[in-house]
Design a protein around this ligand. Structure first.
Ligand code: SF4
Length: 902
């Protein structure tokens, strides 16, 4: 489908991870979208990772929600905006009148723009009068928020990306930055190339791609981070490495923090608790003690824990105690997961915050906000955090929920509970860009929202940099901006204060609020202050260049904070928090002996509603998988390449068994991306336990006791088809987008006694005279068939009772041909080219589509020694660089095999 474009080249911001890379987007006369990195954006300086580079492949209108829909007994049907908005406003008003404001809720998203978030929060906390607005940022960042507030008195990331380049030691904790924050990882890699003396330590239970850069990898026991950093604080004290002057002048709480840290015991005790080699642990402690310019970056491996807030504070304690904060090349650094998780925090998008970094439990700040908004009914107590919210919905306490830009039935822990909750809810409203999601299937009202490239506003990245996301595509169908939908509903509910006609007006109010009574009289001084951006004209807002807050006066910006030793607590001092090491909420036992860790893969984003459209992005990891140690696989009776059922006390999921992800004994890893739309049974959220951190409410996604067992099937197979197919017959399936086809990976339990008829029915080939090629080996349990139309392949099906199916890459290439040659037809049922070497193998470099076989052959043939030589030879690794760790692993593999064969 051709895109409808606003015909200009536009500078905007990537909608995926919290690095917040700058993007240049241009729609050509032919409707094709050209994407490039923005050289002038300070976060990325022209770089994009493969996800960002593929943005042009993800903006098509297939599957979009293009009109408001209402669900009635007859099913979903299109209605006018008037009817849909009246239904939402009327439904909320009725429930509030009957049950009070706490009987309704909003569940929003770090995908929203700041302007969308601002009006949603204003509606809920200032007008409806409840703080029942929470966000999917609860699932990724709330532990960092809680840790920042306890330590600094405000949710502040003190440093900036440049600090990673200036540091002499970068410690990455619970972060697979190579895959999850790729352009920042590449900045670190380039800095290290320029200064080889720079050291990198990775602290992670898994040996991830990020370890490719590491001088030291500490594969700590899952959940033991507080032991490790308490041990470090105690070590720093005994070595005289604390900065007594800074501690005395600018902090409080060191004594209690040291008492708590001392309980970690000796270095040997800590090593035992963390299941680490004592020598390696000591090496890290020495490195940290002796390196002033140290950045400690942390993300989901730290935050997503039942002791996430304490983990954050244990890290920050070490920086406060050494005075390593607020100066170039040093500081704790929370890497944000989502593109606008920080923007959401600025406007108070979490249930326990107010807008502009004001506090719900501070009566004077509530009053200040009420006066600014002229709000009729201010929330005066915290609302329900995500997990509690969905419990309250199931219990019938919350009777209406409006879900915006997120898919909680896939992303929440104990996701089957979320399904039960929505099934009972009186009114479920969903604003979304796509029609078919697991959550939208439960909604009574669906509201079509604008997507990336269509919407207009601001986002804030991990280093406090506010950037514009600009529209360069026309609004499709009847879709509207989220801020506009919220304002329409608010006005229908009779509320003043929502007469905005543009995101510019909303941003202006947001900027003015940040300066409102900020530090005046008895009011606490808040560092989040962008008053210098208030009063911009529409043109100035449209042209706004990336800027790091605070921006108190026009033209000001702030790379680093706390350099003056002044923090946001009333006495200006930071707090070291006494962090106590705690075991994860649920321990493995005889029934569930393994620990499930969950996370992202390199080329996908969240529930794949956008990245899942790109064939290029599907090539790196095509299917849901469970990665476990080969010895654990043996004990569980599962084999690499076969399907396994992974179950916990909360639910189950099915995935392909894999090894090689650097998993220690006792742990398994599964990616989070697959939904009910892309796989029959791979919602990992259904397996994850709902334990949360008591302070932050962030769920423990990284530690769920599970059992892994064979998922018994009679056969495995796959289909490549130009048309979408129903797959009722399959016991398990995954749907993968290809360039000119859809690929289905299948497994079945039924015997196929009459394979040809079954295959024809499955591929919908009704014509007896169709060009149909097949091969059947009944005793070997093998069936293969291909359907051609006018010499072009239409579909093919490969089934086997053994693990001997051919690679998919060569067959996939056949779908790009207008007509198959005789040689192609001969190769078709073997699934590979007749000539040797034509199968590129599974994709390693998604940017240039270079496969594993191609790289391996090049290394062997040309005697390549390093990744740069591989790039020069076959281009792989030459763009975003995300695949360089895999290229290095392949080089090591080939070189090791060559040594063995000598
Ligand atoms: S690193 Fe990749 S996903 Fe993250 S903002 Fe940049 S281009 Fe987007």
């Amino acid at each position: 489908m051709k895109l409808s474009a606003i015909p200009t080249s536009v500078r905007t911001t990537c909608p995926y991870c919290g690095v917040g890379c700058g993007v240049r987007a241009q729609v050509g006369q032919d409707g094709a979208l050209a994407i490039a990195g923005d050289d002038d954006h300070p976060a990325s300086r022209g770089r994009l990772c493969v996800k960002g580079s593929a943005l042009g492949e993800t903006v098509g209108l297939e599957g979009r929600l293009l009109a408001p829909m209402l669900r009635t007994e007859g099913g979903l049907h299109e209605v006018s905006w008037e009817e849909a908005l009246d239904r939402v406003a009327g439904g909320f008003q009725k429930i509030i009148a009957e049950h009070g404001p706490d009987a309704v809720a909003l569940y929003v998203s770090g995908q929203l723009l700041t302007e969308d978030y601002y009006v949603a929060n204003k509606l809920m906390k200032g007008y409806i009068g409840s703080a029942n607005i929470d966000t999917n940022s609860r699932l990724c960042m709330s532990s960092a928020v809680a840790g920042h507030k306890r330590a600094f008195g405000e949710d502040i990331v003190p440093g900036c990306y440049e600090d990673f380049e200036l540091a002499d030691l970068v410690v990455l904790v619970g972060s697979n930055a190579a895959w999850c924050h790729p352009t920042l990882y590449q900045r670190i890699a380039r800095a290290r190339e320029a200064r080889p003396q720079m050291k990198i330590v990775v602290i992670d239970p898994r040996r991830t791609a990020t370890c490719d850069l590491a001088d030291l990898h500490l594969p700590l026991k899952p959940g033991s981070d507080v032991w490790l950093f308490n041990g470090l604080l105690a070590y720093l004290a005994t070595q005289g490495a604390l900065d007594a002057g800074f501690v005395d002048a600018h902090t409080a709480g060191l004594g209690d923090a040291l008492d708590a840290a001392g309980q970690a015991g000796s270095l040997l005790d800590v090593a035992k608790a963390c299941r680490l080699d004592p020598g390696q642990l000591l090496a890290f402690y020495e490195l940290f003690a002796n390196t002033e310019k140290t950045v400690t970056a942390f993300t989901m491996g730290v935050n997503q824990s039942s002791s996430g807030a304490d983990k954050v504070n244990a890290i920050i304690n070490c920086h406060l105690a050494t005075g390593r904060i607020g100066r170039p090349g040093m500081g704790p650094f929370s890497l944000t997961g989502q593109p606008n998780a920080m923007g959401g925090r600025e406007v108070g998008g979490l249930a326990n915050m107010l807008a502009a970094h004001m506090e719900l439990d501070d009566a004077s700040q509530r009053a200040a906000l009420q006066a600014f908004w002229d709000a009729p009914r201010m929330a005066d107590k915290p609302g329900l955090k995500a997990i509690d919210l969905f419990r309250a919905i199931e219990e019938g306490k919350v009777k209406a929920v409006w879900i915006m830009a997120t898919n909680p039935l896939v992303s929440l822990p104990d996701a089957d509970q979320a399904r039960r909750a929505l099934a009972k809810c009186e009114l479920v409203v969903a604003s979304d860009i796509v029609a078919g999601t697991d959550t939208n299937a439960m909604a009574h009202v669906l509201l079509p929202a604008l997507g990336w490239g269509e919407k207009d506003g601001t986002v804030t990245n991990s280093e406090r940099c506010i950037s514009r996301q600009r529209a360069f595509l026309s609004a499709p169908g009847q879709a509207k901006a989220d801020w506009e939908i919220v304002c329409e509903v608010a006005r229908r509910m009779g509320f003043q204060g929502f007469d905005f006609t543009s995101p510019h007006q909303i941003f202006d109010e947001h900027a003015r609020l940040s300066g409102w009574q900020n530090g005046a009289g008895s009011q606490r001084r808040r560092l989040f202050d962008i008053n210098g951006l208030a009063g911009m004209t529409r043109r100035e807002y449209d042209a706004l260049a990336p800027v790091q807050w605070p921006v108190r006066r026009p033209g000001e910006q702030s790379k680093r904070l706390f350099g003056d030793g002044m923090f946001s607590h009333p006495d200006g001092k930071a707090r070291l928090h006494a962090t106590r090491a705690r075991l994860p909420a649920h321990a493995p036992d005889a029934d569930y002996p393994l620990v499930l860790n969950t996370g992202r893969v390199r080329d996908q984003w969240h529930t794949m509603t956008r990245t899942g459209r790109s064939a290029r992005l599907a090539e790196h990891v095509a299917e849901p998988f469970v990665d476990l140690h080969p010895q654990d696989a043996l004990l569980c009776g599962v084999k690499e390449g076969e399907l396994a059922r992974v179950s916990s006390r909360w639910g189950a999921s099915v995935a392909r068994v894999r090894h090689g992800g650097g998993i220690a004994r006792g742990s398994v890893f599964m990616p989070i991306h697959w939904s009910g739309q892309t796989a029959s049974d791979a919602r990992v959220g259904a397996v994850v336990n709902p334990a949360v951190d008591p302070v932050s409410g962030e769920p423990e996604f990284k530690h769920t006791p599970v059992r892994v067992e064979p998922f018994g099937v009679r056969w495995y197979g796959f289909i490549l088809s130009r048309a979408a197919l129903p797959l009722e017959d399959a016991a398990n399936w995954t749907r993968i987008q290809g360039t000119d086809f859809i690929r289905y990976e299948l497994a079945g339990r039924h015997p196929f006694a009459e394979a040809a008829g079954w295959a024809r029915r499955l591929l919908r080939v009704e014509d007896d005279d169709a060009d149909w090629i097949e091969l059947e080996d009944r005793s070997g349990g093998v069936y293969r068939a291909a359907h051609l139309v006018d010499g072009r392949i239409e579909a093919c099906l490969f089934v086997s009772q053994r693990q001997d199916l051919p690679a998919r890459a060569w067959l996939a290439q056949m779908f790009g041909k207008a007509a198959l040659t005789q040689q192609d037809r001969i190769g078709l049922l073997s699934g590979r080219a007749r000539e040797q070497g034509a199968d590129p193998g599974p994709t390693v470099c998604s940017c240039f589509g270079v496969g594993r076989n191609t790289i391996r052959i090049a290394i062997e043939k040309h005697g390549l020694q390093d990744a740069a030589q591989v790039t020069a030879c076959v281009k792989a690794g030459g763009n975003c660089g995300s695949c360089v760790p895999e290229i290095r692993a392949l080089l090591a593999e080939v070189h090791a095999a060559e040594k063995e064969s000598v």
